[in-house]
Design a protein around this ligand. Structure first.
Ligand SMILES: *[C@@H]1O[C@H](CO)[C@@H](O)[C@H](O)[C@H]1NC(C)=O
Ligand SMILES: *[C@@H]1O[C@H](CO)[C@@H](O)[C@H](O)[C@H]1NC(C)=O
Ligand SMILES: *[C@@H]1O[C@H](CO)[C@@H](O)[C@H](O)[C@H]1NC(C)=O
Ligand SMILES: *[C@@H]1O[C@H](CO)[C@@H](O)[C@H](O)[C@H]1NC(C)=O
Length: 548
């Protein structure tokens, strides 16, 4: 088998480390050796990942390598550009750890009177942090710590995040996103359930920008990136493109045509402190070292705060020996008795995995450029390294590759069963819909989710994923952070299933299904559309009004 270009280098030890306490022992040679390189290339092929970069920190030493392609040949450029350790990738939700860490430094600084993890968000951004009527207690009491540990009671509402707001159709700011909270239902009591919510990190980003009076990217650089020498780390697409490093293209695998398709670069302004970082594995080793060594610029109290679990996540972490807990932007559990901190990130066509094990002085980061599956490959590579490091026999290792394959199958089968799952008691035979299909078309509006413009599907659309049915009604949503398509399949009467796909990554790996009901008024026309989004469980019922 022809091996693609591989770039591997030893990073050396920055001089500043000489004064820092270094835990753990030095590595016994480069773990990214020939066997590992072959293992990585095989994993890329098996899971259809274009490219991945990896770096390992082991005590005083670190290594990095790039596998596969950062950019595939195109009409403008005939040659693939290989991944190297300096290749830039979108880092997705691994951004969140910088938000929490930077906030720890703002708390420590004493510049902001009485700022603490327990500060109610509404005291910082009173006019903007307004919740729906029934949630007055939550409005007054939800704290920064609640937002950073995903325990506010808000579901994701990711599909509500717009890129334009208001009658003047201005470009979205994190303030606009924060102000949309007042239209969004909560799904649980605060502090009772762990429920991942990007929007709350955008809210905290807005609070931080309000306190500092400057863009979050500047604060990240001043407080963390500059002190750590992370000069290849950015919080905006424009800055990343202007930097000297190559930004990897984004790709998804088309399972039908069996080719990689290109995904255009997404803007990062709205993702902000929830997912806006672009960086490389070399810079992430500096960050991992800081975390492992409890080093500056964070204080000891800051390191402790971000690592202290606040919520139990649902169930035991797969492959771990104790329950998975969530601290401030870090998940934590134990593996063979060793504490593990980790966070993953995903941005349309990119996947990041960061791990550090303080008592081993050991950490690994992977950054890849293929939707979802680069997270699978990242985990497979990371866990091989951790198991090798610990000398765990093959028979005692959790099978991450088998788990990843199972997850891919589960995604497909859950979509195949969507009608049965969402409507187990539906009429059989189904009732017809009340009105002609054309009558349901038009624009439906919700103040947070904004416009949903439904058209007749004209038959040129692809089949609903693996269904052999054509969608009948379709909405294409381009003015949202994660652009998507809504395909409506009729169930019975006024009840439908909406299949939601990423517009830019339509291969079904992120597909989800929601329940929808049209309300026909006394006018004989549809007046409302109720949609219950179901990402990670019900996100509450969203009521859209038909506006034309
Ligand atoms: C990188 O791209 C080239 C050209 O498309 C291809 O031949 C090669 O197999 C790719 N490498 C990997 C690891 O996929
Ligand atoms: C990062 O940039 C600053 C300012 O240009 C420079 O002083 C520093 O040496 C750079 N650090 C690294 C690790 O390149
Ligand atoms: C929503 O649709 C209405 C009616 O078509 C239009 O007037 C309005 O500008 C749209 N709003 C946004 C934010 O696109
Ligand atoms: C069919 O509808 C899609 C949008 O759903 C549109 O992009 C396409 O141009 C339409 N094709 C025809 C032939 O009308």
């Amino acid at each position: 088998m022809r091996l693609p270009p591989i770039c591997s280098l030893g990073l050396g030890v920055p001089a500043v480390l000489a004064t820092q306490k270094v835990l753990g022992v030095g590595g016994k040679g480069n773990p990214l050796d020939d066997d590992f390189n072959k293992f990585a290339i095989d994993a890329l092929g098996e899971f259809h990942v274009t490219g991945i970069a990896i770096a390992v920190v082991d005590g005083m030493e670190s290594w990095a390598a790039g596998y596969g392609n950062a950019t595939l040949p195109s009409s403008q450029n005939g040659d693939p550009i290989p991944v190297t350790p300096s290749t830039l990738f979108y880092c997705g939700s691994t951004t969140k750890a910088f938000t929490a860490a930077t906030l720890s430094l703002m708390i420590d600084s004493g510049i902001y009177p009485s700022l603490s993890w327990q500060t109610p968000i509404s005291t910082l951004i009173r006019d903007d942090f307004v919740l729906m009527d029934p949630y007055t207690w939550e409005q007054n009491h939800l704290t920064l710590e609640d937002a950073l540990s995903h325990r506010t009671g808000f579901p994701r509402h990711d599909k509500s995040l717009g890129t334009f707001y208001g009658p003047d159709h201005h470009k979205a700011t994190v303030r606009d996103l924060t102000r949309s909270l007042r239209w969004l239902p909560m799904v649980s009591e605060p502090r009772t359930k762990w429920r991942y919510c990007n929007l709350m990190f955008m809210v905290v980003s807005h609070a931080m920008q309000t306190l500092t009076g400057q863009w979050l990217g500047t604060t990240f650089r001043e407080r963390i990136w500059a002190p750590l020498g992370m000069n290849s780390t950015y919080l905006s697409l424009e800055d990343a493109l202007a930097g000297p490093e190559h930004l990897a293209g984004g790709y998804y695998w088309d399972y039908d045509a069996e080719v990689f398709e290109t995904v255009s670069f997404s803007g990062l302004d709205e993702a902000s402190g929830a997912g806006g970082v672009v960086s490389n594995v070399l810079d992430y080793t500096k960050w991992i070292r800081c975390l492992l060594n409890e080093a500056t610029p964070l204080s000891k109290a800051g390191h402790e705060a971000i690592k202290t679990p606040r919520m139990a996540m649902s169930g035991n972490g797969k492959g771990y020996d104790s329950p998975m807990l969530y601290a401030l932007a870090w998940q934590t559990s134990t593996y063979k008795g060793h504490r593990v901190y980790t966070h993953s990130g995903g941005m349309e066509a990119y996947g990041a995995e960061v791990y550090f094990l303080p008592d081993l002085g050991y950490g690994v980061v992977t950054l890849g450029n293929t939707a979802l599956t680069s997270n699978y490959v990242g985990n497979i590579l990371v866990w091989k390294l951790i198991n090798d490091k610990l000398g765990i026999p093959e028979s005692d290792r959790f099978d991450w590759a088998a788990t990843a394959k199972q997850q891919l199958e589960d995604i497909v089968s859950s979509i195949d069963n969507a009608v049965e799952r969402l409507y187990p008691d539906r009429a059989d035979p189904p009732l017809p819909h009340l009105l002609a299909l054309e009558a349901y078309t038009g624009t439906y509006f919700h103040p947070a989710y904004q416009n949903l413009t439904i058209n007749l599907a004209n038959g040129s659309e692809t089949d609903i994923h693996r269904h052999n049915t054509k969608p009948r009604l379709r909405a294409v949503r381009e003015d949202v952070v994660w652009q998507n398509t809504f395909d409506f399949e009729h169930v019975s009467g006024e009840f439908w299933v909406v299949f939601i796909n990423m517009l830019k990554v339509p291969n079904g790996l992120n597909e989800e299904a929601a329940k929808a009901e049209f309300r026909v008024g006394a006018t004989g026309r549809p007046e409302q559309l109720m949609i219950e989004f179901m990402e990670e469980g019900s996100e509450g019922v969203i009521e859209f009004e038909k506006i034309n």
